[in-house]
Design a binder for this molecule. Sequence first.
Ligand SMILES: O=c1ccn([C@@H]2O[C@H](COP(=O)(O)OP(=O)(O)O[C@H]3O[C@H](CO)[C@@H](O)[C@H](O)[C@H]3O)[C@@H](O)[C@H]2O)c(=O)[nH]1
Ligand SMILES: [Mn+2]
Length: 613
Amino acid sequence: MWATTTSLRLNPVHRSEYPERYEAKPEDFPKLDVFICTADPYKEPPMMVVNTALSVMAYDYPADKISVYVSDDGGSSLTLFALMEAAKFSKHWLPYCKNNNVQDRSPEVYFSANSHLKDEEALNLKRMYEDLKKRVKHVVDCGKVDTQSIKSNQLREVFDLGDHKFTRNDHPSIITVLQTNETEMMPNLIYVSREKSKVSSHHFKAGALNTLLRVSSVMTNSPIILTLDCDMYSNDPITPVRALCYLSDPKINSNLGFVQFPQKFQGITKNDIYGSELKRPFDINTIGYDGLMGPIYMGTGCFFNRRTFYGPPSMLEINDLGPNRIVDKPINAQDILALAHNVARSNYECNTKWGSKIGFRYGSLVEDYYTGYMLHCEGWRSVFCGPKRAAFYGDSPKSLVDVVGQQTRWSIGLLEVDFCKYSPFNYGFKSLGLLMSLGYCYYAFWPFCSISLIVYGLLPQLAIFYGVSIFPKTSDPLFGLYLFLFLEFTLKTLNLSTHGFNVTSKANDDDKQRKRYEQEIFDFGSSSSMFLPVATVAIMNLLAFVWGIYDLLARGEGLVIELMLTSFGVVNCLPIYEAMVLRTDDGKLPKRVSFLAGIITLVLIMSGYLLFK
Ligand SMILES: O=c1ccn([C@@H]2O[C@H](COP(=O)(O)OP(=O)(O)O[C@H]3O[C@H](CO)[C@@H](O)[C@H](O)[C@H]3O)[C@@H](O)[C@H]2O)c(=O)[nH]1
Ligand SMILES: [Mn+2]
């Protein structure tokens, strides 16, 4: 771990770019395709998707050069309805932003920050936005869209499709152009829900992105692609020009694969009780990677050169849907739409290189880490761009069960990469060289930290019960080393396995839960087996602590290091004891979990006999 961290501290790079000096006539700006992923209208509220889409549609960039593709893996008519409304609203919102030089181009953020708007135009717009919200809330509350209210025949047919035998995991593809730049100077807005079938694997987000890669290559084939999660709205309208400062720089662009912006989160409380800010991976490590081959791909807020997805920089032959394809028809022409539906089929990728050599890579739940890694192995480089004003703001999990779920998914995804054919431990060293592969190993090792945490959380405590020292005495020279390791120890939640990409909930509609988060009170409310390991560690540490102190007082001697570790454990577990016995709110630890944890602790203590006696 020390070596991997050190590799990221050797050559930190801080970059500055000057978007105001980017000189190109509007017609010379490259086209930009934005991919937004959403997967569940209840965990990812449609209004959140709407705000993300509007914030990028309103970029300070020639509007007719932007195409926003929203991939909906939930195949939800609620999300489609919301986006249809967003398209109408954008016709007022975009000119307003540009004429008034508004910086917050997510309407939700803008209207919440400017509650005292005075001029008529702004008030009018605010009313329109509130109406839009009401209409969307209404369909979300009803759970379906009243198709009678849809004026366009074409759109009504799409909504009717959702009525017959349509489930989120088994449905035909839906591709609907909600707005085109043909008629007015507005960005294209396209809703895509790829075909799903129970018989073919859909590869979660990577599969969704690959479908967008193909659909967009049929419709617009822009050379620059921005990938965004639906919770990541744009916070700075100049962002795409910043990315262009690198992507169009002839000195570096021949093998520049992507420009990564950091993930920044809104609404994190002062003490960040769940450690969601992730400063180390998103801010500190990235500048270290930038001095090597460039930052890893972080799944969102990343501008790609489309060419990157079609093979190494040196490869000349590229498949039909590749970046050189020329699109010379309007995006809603019949044959273009037919072709787009064809490439969104669920079995389109059978026996092709999609997911292995082309596009986003399959085989890991952290498709971002894996894809970026494979691209670096192919010889692509990347650049980190972290301007002062955050380029994007996203949403971090706000309840403990979501945090633990997310970390579990990441750990499983990283282990999938560790044990695959292209493992960073061996293939990586051959392809990336020592430092960069050590950099990738930093994350590759990450799931294994849980092992040392389990050992530190349970073993010294068991040793106390049986009076057997597992550390050297204070007089021993090795003591210093152990003391150092002790400082490294932090109690984190332990991993249990679940498979599949469980989308993190971004719906903030549980008022009591939100309040607890704002007051920085831990939330153990959902009776999740995920809390069993932490509860067990908490009880074990408390019992061992009491036992150890008694030993020390009664016999005048004890196991000093073990006791120190145990006290550290107890201090870290204070919120857990509180949640077990003192709290009465919905966020307390369910009795069932505490009871089971108690039994497991006793079993562990008894089995310690075999280990120590
Ligand atoms: O089958 C799926 C599952 C998820 N998603 C989308 O994937 C994104 C990320 O999902 P989320 O639940 O928010 O996961 P996080 O753990 O917050 O995401 C981090 O980790 C993921 C990899 O595990 C990366 O893809 C993300 O970019 C990164 O922000 C969301 O936009 C989802 O809509 C899909 O499109 N299809
Ligand atoms: Mn997320």
